[in-house]
Ligand binder design. Structure first.
Ligand SMILES: Cc1cc2nc3c(=O)[nH]c(=O)nc-3n(C[C@H](O)[C@H](O)[C@H](O)COP(=O)(O)OP(=O)(O)OC[C@H]3O[C@@H](n4cnc5c(N)ncnc54)[C@H](O)[C@@H]3O)c2cc1C
Length: 390
């Protein structure tokens, strides 16, 4: 395994463990707050779940609205301008677009559900985005929009919302990494082995860091890393797989995200189309399974015949952080208040990581922070203790 040769400051304001999307947003927010920060990653930047190919930014369904949905909606709305700022500072395009989402509706029963969601969208969503673009949810009966030639035709209707967006996850990580350096020291190939109750971090090379605060943004590995401090495991990893395709023609350019029964088809601005994703709680490794990729391609072609004959450019697998309480997990640990956990974004992290980072930094600076109760570490611990699985 490669080891780093970077000289690491021993007492920065913040040490961030993990250079995925959560850790790097935390680094950027720390820099913006004028804090000295170090990010350590056991491997490369983006080698975890964040370095994938999909990049869907999809809102929760607008029904039974609670503060969790409000948090995500606010995050999705604010991301557009945060990305514009990031792109302006770095000159790196993150491939962000509020491209919208089409969901084919293939039965009358499902149509009734979609009509409820549409009604919910007018109640809970704003009419325009922060940049003044309209936000809507339409139900289109009959033939799909002629601008979407790639969709299978025989559906009852199509739901189309203009809040959903997409981003290129790898370009986002590049932009974040570029925006924080050199002020923030980012150290690759640097494993954090343990964290003590008083926030001391022991690295694999024997170095001990004593920061003001530690933010643990180590994705699904956060749970094992903090087990000795918490005496319980607050979550687990869920493996997922996706493929990146090169369609035979450009008919996918400017397509909205297409979503049906757990399959996303996302046309990125480089002409490639990402298809995902699977969900596997039990797995032995994080490697790509060729048969799973083939199945994903087959399902994508059924949904979008225009993808027939597309070349597979890349097969990709990653492990998502899934908190036992399902919602994200952000905040200081009860018996180790200098240690702040920021993980558990599961399937929606790319759209909320900047707001998770705002919250983590507020905790690091002892500033007020309003979060849904279900995000707090205390609530997640309570969930674990009341569940006989833990
Ligand atoms: C197939 C698939 C498709 C997905 N699609 C989407 C999508 O379309 N939209 C969406 O919003 N989300 C999606 N997700 C989920 C999303 O990618 C993850 O939830 C998110 O990337 C998690 O980010 P993170 O920063 O918490 O963790 P990670 O990106 O996993 O980063 C954690 C980092 O911590 C490092 N690390 C771990 N342990 C240590 C240690 N002890 N010391 C130092 N470093 C350590 C790791 O090397 C890693 O780089 C998808 C996930 C998968 C697998």
């Amino acid at each position: 395994m490669a080891t780093h040769t970077t000289s690491i400051p021993a007492t920065p304001d913040v040490v961030i463990i993990g250079a995925g999307v959560v850790g790097l947003w935390c680094a950027l927010k720390a820099k913006q707050q004028g804090l000295s920060a170090v990010v350590v990653d056991k491997g490369r930047i983006g080698q975890g779940a964040s370095g994938g190919v999909l990049g869907a930014l999809m809102p929760h369904r607008p029904v039974s609205w609670e503060d969790v949905q409000t948090f995500q909606l606010e995050a999705l709305l604010s991301l557009e301008t945060e990305i514009a700022d990031l792109e302006a500072v770095t000159g790196i395009s993150c491939g962000y677009s509020r491209c919208g989402r089409i969901m084919p509706v293939d039965s009358d029963a499902f149509l009734a559900e979609h009509e409820q969601w549409q009604a919910g969208s007018t109640r809970f969503w704003p009419a325009v985005s922060r940049t003044g673009k309209p936000i809507s949810w339409e139900i289109m009966r009959g033939a799909p929009d002629p601008a979407w030639p790639t969709l299978k035709p025989a559906f009852v209707a199509y739901s189309f919302d203009t809040l959903s967006a997409r981003i290129n996850p790898r370009r986002l990580l590049s932009a974040l990494a570029s925006s924080v350096q050199p002020e923030v020291v980012v150290v690759e190939n640097c494993l954090a082995v343990t964290i003590s109750n008083d926030g001391e971090v022991l690295l694999a090379d024997g170095t001990r860091l004593s920061p003001g605060r530690v933010i643990v943004a180590a994705g699904h590995e956060s749970f094992d890393l903090l087990q000795p401090v918490l005496h319980c495991s607050l979550g687990w990893g869920v493996k997922g797989q996706a493929v990146l395709l090169r369609p035979k023609d450009r008919s996918f350019a400017n397509m909205p995200i297409i979503y049906s029964s757990g399959i996303y088809v996302i046309a990125h601005d480089d002409g490639l189309v990402a298809v995902g994703s699977t969900s596997q709680r039990a797995f032995t490794d994080g490697d790509v399974d060729e048969a799973v990729s083939q199945k994903l391609v087959q399902r994508a072609v059924e949904l979008c015949p225009g993808l027939d004959g597309a070349a597979i450019v890349e097969q990709w697998a990653g492990i998502r952080p899934r908190a036992a309480g399902r919602d994200p997990l952000i905040g200081p640990l009860p018996d180790a208040s200098r240690v702040i956990l920021a993980s558990g974004g599961f399937k929606i992290t790319l759209g909320i990581a900047h707001r998770m980072a705002d919250a983590a930094l507020a905790f690091a600076m002892d500033a007020p922070c309003e979060l849904p109760d279900s995000f707090t570490v205390q609530q997640h611990i309570a969930n674990c203790r009341s569940s006989d699985r833990y």
